[in-house]
Design a protein around this ligand. Sequence first.
Ligand code: XMP
Length: 323
Amino acid sequence: MSNKRPETMERITTPELAKAFIAEQIEAIRAQVGDGKVLLALSGGVDSSVCAALLIKAIGDRLVCVHVNHGLLRKGEPEQVIKVFREELGANLIYVDAVDRFLDKLAGVSDPETKRKIIGKEFIDVFAEEAKKLDGISFLGQGTIYPDILESDGVKAHHNVGGLPAELNFELVEPVKFLYKDEVRVVGHELGLPDNMVYRQPFPGPGLGVRCVGAITRDRLEALREADAIVREEIGSLPEIPWQYFCAIPDIKSTGIKDGKRYMGWIVVVRAVNTVDAVTATVPEIPFKVLCKIRDRIIDTVPGVNRVAWDISEKPVATIEWE
Ligand code: XMP
């Protein structure tokens, strides 16, 4: 099948155009899949979620979604995937709790690219194991979007280690492969997916793994997850929301003081950036009041953290992520 977006294809900008696209894709999926079964790795990101919602409309429970919780997701994400897809959309969803498996493999590993490789490989292994347990699957659903095709040597491809093992010889079903991100969002909204799923900020495949700097430990990862939820809530409620906003937690401790006693605690680094293509990035102004609120909430509620810093580095020379 061609990988070039048809020149006649209209840009999907309105609910009407989204409705027409959805109807077309339902037909196309049914024609391709017949009475076959499709397997899909559902991360909860915009692309895989929209792809899943389209497939559910087209073939119902002949779509089998696998959601792998690798322990590096943000607070509330696995729960939301289950709520939206299993409970609201009636998806045939397999939830795999692979947290211990991933964190055990990552224990003591501090090199960022090695961490990425472990996460990528483990993800494929878990997914392939689930696939082998199932009967009668002959298709693989994938939320590939047009920029993934155009920029197959771009940032995402460069960072992500992927590809399914050859023994899983599935035919691909890629209903959103000619859509740009803004169009995927319009379609997702029309499909009834929640706004915080459809309009969410980009999140790296290796998740919090590249923000829990150095060798990941469970306690520091938990602190990062809690602090990240606070940062997302506070910066996410500003009138102008930055392109990406999150925090990182370096693998060092700094001195703090509590009840007159000195002790060592972690540092949460808050980061927000604006960018068009993630190749360069600037740092938006965040009202000082908001930064102070973030500081207070993190210090008051996240165990082990005694310092909050604000990263004002631009890309280049700093990358967006800390690793
Ligand atoms: P950097 O840190 O390279 O990030 O300036 C640029 C954009 O890419 C995202 N990023 C990743 N995305 N897998 C991904 O899918 C990764 O390993 C990865 N590393 C960075 C980052 O969040 C930013 O949006």
